[in-house]
Design a protein around this ligand. Structure first.
Ligand SMILES: [Zn+2]
Length: 227
């Protein structure tokens, strides 16, 4: 069997037998795949030092005759996010794992974009904007200048509403108000590194993210649970 090479991000590691791991990756060319890392749980396995999340990995594997491929080699690049943001980074991985299922051709670029934003923004701003970007890239949410229900463009100085897991206009329904100020802050943080969020705005934004995940049956990470 020919060897296959691709860049990937590690999503999950599942113990298999006494010594091996089944690893889930999002890859650039092959989408979401799972590969067998034989002997990866042994102390001396070269896979142990390389199989880290939140690093770009260069993978080499051999396709399986019927099912799962077998990992042959992994090269690891430097971490994509700083140590102090790695917990949130892991939450993004768990979200991505729910958003992009086995066989999905997408996911790598989307997750990479979210991790870059997390690393470039300040703490609160990074948490909110990276998760929001991941949901947006996955196609689960709309943009901030239109009603997600009727598609009408809504001026940035007008209040909108959060209904269930949707941003809607006044005519389409009511829910919690999303003030014009909050919407402008969200847009600002998504586009620029220097815009800061107030605690109140950050809390509301996190809640919106949690509700979108909940609506789609994805486990809501701690950072996005309502208090
Ligand atoms: Zn509407």
């Amino acid at each position: 069997m020919a060897e296959i090479h691709d860049s990937g991000l590690l999503l999950r590691r599942i113990p298999y037998s006494e010594t091996s791991l089944i690893c889930h990756f999002l890859t650039t060319e092959h989408g979401r795949i799972s590969l067998m890392a034989k002997g990866a749980r042994r102390a001396k396995s070269p896979f142990r030092a390389a199989l880290y999340p939140l690093h770009r990995l260069f993978l080499t594997w051999r396709a399986g005759r019927t099912g799962m491929g077998t990992l042959i080699d992994i090269q690891r690049e430097k971490a994509l996010v700083d140590e102090n943001k790695s917990l949130v980074g892991l939450e993004l991985l768990s979200m991505a794992s729910g958003l992009f299922q086995e066989g999905d051709p997408h996911g790598y670029e989307e997750l990479m974009q979210a991790l870059c934003l997390l690393s470039q923004r300040q703490e609160l701003e990074g948490v909110c904007s990276s998760a929001w970007t991941l949901l947006h890239e996955a196609g689960w949410i709309g943009d901030l200048s239109h009603c997600w229900h009727c598609g009408e463009e809504i001026a940035m100085d007008t209040a909108m509403y959060w209904m269930g897991a949707q941003l809607v206009c006044d005519a389409c329904g009511r829910g919690h108000a999303v003030s014009a100020g909050l919407r402008r802050s969200m847009l600002g943080v998504l586009e620029h590194g220097y815009i800061r969020l107030s605690d109140v705005d950050a809390r509301q934004w996190k809640q919106m993210i949690g509700l979108v995940l909940q609506e789609h049956g994805v486990k809501v990470p701690d950072s996005f649970r309502s208090l």
